[in-house]
Design a binder for this molecule. Structure first.
Ligand code: GLC
Length: 411
């Protein structure tokens, strides 16, 4: 598939999935399965849209900010026009228009990506207060003395049923997807009962310092610092860079174990040793040393018993007991259930994008090319799907799913 053809196919998909609500414009990740607006999806969409229309990329982000809470929090879902979609199953998060959890903070990164292309300072000025408020919220409400940022529900990681969260949820690696979803719903109920007070309450039920979430925060704080500099806010610039460094120092101290970074939970920072794609995530913010990254790539990415399946990169290490590439299949137009998705082995396009960017940071050109080629093969073979089987390349989950468009940022 040549580049122009690929571009056209993705732009057509983005147009097909575009929605308007009053003056707000956003893109749904998949019309049949995900008909609302999601936080990190919209950040990915802005990156994809920056290759065709910067105006549309900006609108996508501005619509996200329309539902920011006064304390800076941005919800992971906005239920635009919920009444019109009343037959679509939704989780009751405790609020009418939005969910009450967040998602990995890719916002500053996507704003910066847009700015790289048009140097539009006015857009930065327009969006800066909201941006700053979001990252201030994460620093002030989601971190404590250890400086790591905590999540209060697995869904905040964006990898809803990843086996990284089995242990803190009190589930065995072979628990069914229904059991897993049941535990996550219980958490929603517990959080509702204490009015979503992070510090005094929500941390009591589930409080995980997840590797990708912290890595993404670090890289985004750096981009936010760049934005602050452009706007002559040098105190903010310094502050955000310091905060990024504090997180990195804490990650090195509390998460690093046997050559990889592990997510941790509880007051004693218990390390979660299940290996998922998250071990590669710190390369996205260049947190591994060159030597550590080299060992990681050789021992895991290029190892046929670990992550080098026929198609790459599986989200869970092939030798983990929780590795289960045969995720539920959505058939025809049957309404999907929230259990019909899997972060327990299949390949997702956004994680490939993070890994690709990380490999490039270290100059691992041939490995980055290998990830890109597999990504392109999957799209060519199976189209725009939510995730793909690491052995057969078969497309699974939602159809007309947008994340494959991130490949435009890789070619
Ligand atoms: C699933 C994914 C999540 C994504 C959402 C919408 O819940 O796990 O990361 O944001 O779908 O695409």
């Amino acid at each position: 598939m040549d580049r122009d053809n690929l571009k056209k196919q993705f732009f057509d998909l983005m147009l097909k999935n575009r929605r308007m609500s009053g003056e707000h414009q956003y893109t749904v990740p998949s019309p049949q399965t995900y008909p609302y607006q999601w936080l990190w999806d919209s950040c990915f969409h802005a990156i994809i849209l920056s290759y065709c229309s910067l105006e549309d990329a900006k609108k996508e982000l501005l619509s996200l900010l329309s539902h920011q809470y006064t304390n800076g929090f941005i919800p992971h879902m906005i239920y635009w026009d919920k009444a019109k979609l009343s037959d679509f199953p939704v989780v009751e998060w405790g609020k009418e228009d939005t969910s009450t959890i967040t998602q990995p903070p890719m916002l500053a990164y996507s704003v910066w990506q847009i700015f790289q292309k048009d140097q539009d300072k006015a857009f930065l000025e327009l969006i800066y207060t909201n941006l700053k408020a979001f990252y201030d919220y994460l620093i002030e409400e989601r971190s404590a003395d250890d400086h790591l940022i905590g999540i209060i529900n697995p869904d905040e990681s964006g990898e809803d049923n990843s086996p990284r969260f089995d242990e803190p949820l009190g589930l065995p690696p072979n628990a069914s997807l229904e059991e897993n979803f049941g535990r996550r719903l219980e958490l929603v109920g517990q959080n509702k009962s204490c009015n979503f007070e992070t510090k005094t309450c929500m941390q009591n039920f589930f409080w995980v310092k997840d590797v990708p979430f912290n890595v993404i925060t670090v890289e985004n704080l750096r981009k936010l610092a760049e934005i602050a500099f452009i706007l002559d806010k040098t105190d903010d610039q310094k502050y955000f860079l310091e905060q990024a460094e504090l997180i990195i120092t804490a990650m090195k101290k509390l998460m690093f174990w046997d050559g990889i970074y592990c997510s941790v939970y509880g007051l004693e920072h218990k390390k979660i040793q299940v290996k998922t794609w998250a071990i590669f995530a710190p390369m996205f913010a260049t947190i591994y040393t060159k030597e550590e990254a080299k060992n990681l790539v050789n021992n895991f990415l290029l190892n046929k018993d670990k992550f080098k399946s026929d198609f790459i990169v599986p989200t869970v290490c092939l030798d983990e007991p929780s590795f289960n590439p045969d995720a539920p299949q959505i058939k025809g137009t049957v309404k999907v259930k929230p259990t019909d998705l899997s972060w327990r082995g299949p390949i997702w396009m956004a994680t490939n994008w993070f890994i690709y960017k990380g490999l490039k940071n270290y100059g691992f050109e041939s490995e980055a090319k290998m990830v890109l080629e597999s990504t392109l093969n999957l799209i060519e073979k199976s189209g725009f799907r939510e995730y793909y089987h690491p052995k057969t390349g078969e497309g699974m989950g939602a159809k007309d799913f947008t994340w494959g468009g991130l490949v435009l940022d890789m070619i």
